[in-house]
Design a protein around this ligand. Structure first.
Ligand code: S3P
Length: 181
């Protein structure tokens, strides 16, 4: 059943967080289609503003510079009426976590390193795992970041328990409930 206009207008705008390759952009696209809210992918914003690809930013300026750009992009887009897909490392900085927590709902797509490694092995666009054992690197990232995602999340979705359409429906249901509350 299509959503009522009034419900659509009151729908809170979610921020998607989680490890690289967990499906933030693709589920974000589905949510955008269903809700009519535009999708803003922070990685795309950064690439567009820097005029460089993510691997190029890391290679030319280093990770901390990338994190600076990421923090600015997050602050500029939070609170807008959009579906916000963040980069996997957005939770690393305390200032970003504080910002995220003050803009609910933050939705964590929780996926295991094994699940992600199978999907992104060999992807040249991921400087944090390039040239390394993807599973070992993702396991280390998960150890560091799971507590940070947990700290920020209003809703945790086990990514592996459902397909992307089911997850989209689950999120819509959650947003509708929040709109009525
Ligand atoms: C990163 C994840 C990437 C991108 C950059 C750093 C990370 O985004 O922001 O390569 O630190 O995990 P996705 O999570 O969208 O792949």
């Amino acid at each position: 059943m299509p959503m009522k206009k009034k419900t659509l207008r009151r729908l809170p705008h979610p921020v998607l967080i989680g490890l690289m390759g967990c499906g933030k952009s693709s589920i974000g696209r589905r949510l955008a289609k269903k809700t009519g809210m535009p999708l803003v992918d922070l990685d795309d914003v950064i690439v567009e503003e820097a005029g460089l690809s993510i691997p190029e930013i890391f290679a030319a300026h280093g990770e901390e510079y990338f994190r600076d750009l990421e923090g600015v992009a997050l602050a500029n887009h939070l609170g807008q009426r959009v579906i916000l897909a963040s980069g996997g490392g957005v939770v690393l900085r305390k200032t970003n976590r504080k910002l995220l927590k003050s803009h609910p709902p933050v939705i964590w797509l929780k996926a295991s390193p094994e699940f992600i490694a199978a999907r992104i092995a060999g992807d040249p666009n991921r400087p944090l795992i390039a040239g390394q054992d993807a599973l070992a690197r993702l396991t280390a990232l998960a150890e560091e970041r799971y507590p940070l995602y947990e700290e920020c999340a209003d809703l945790v979705i086990e990514r592996e328990s459902m397909d992307k359409d089911e997850i989209t429906e689950k999120i819509i249901k959650y947003l509708k409930k929040k709109a009525k509350a």
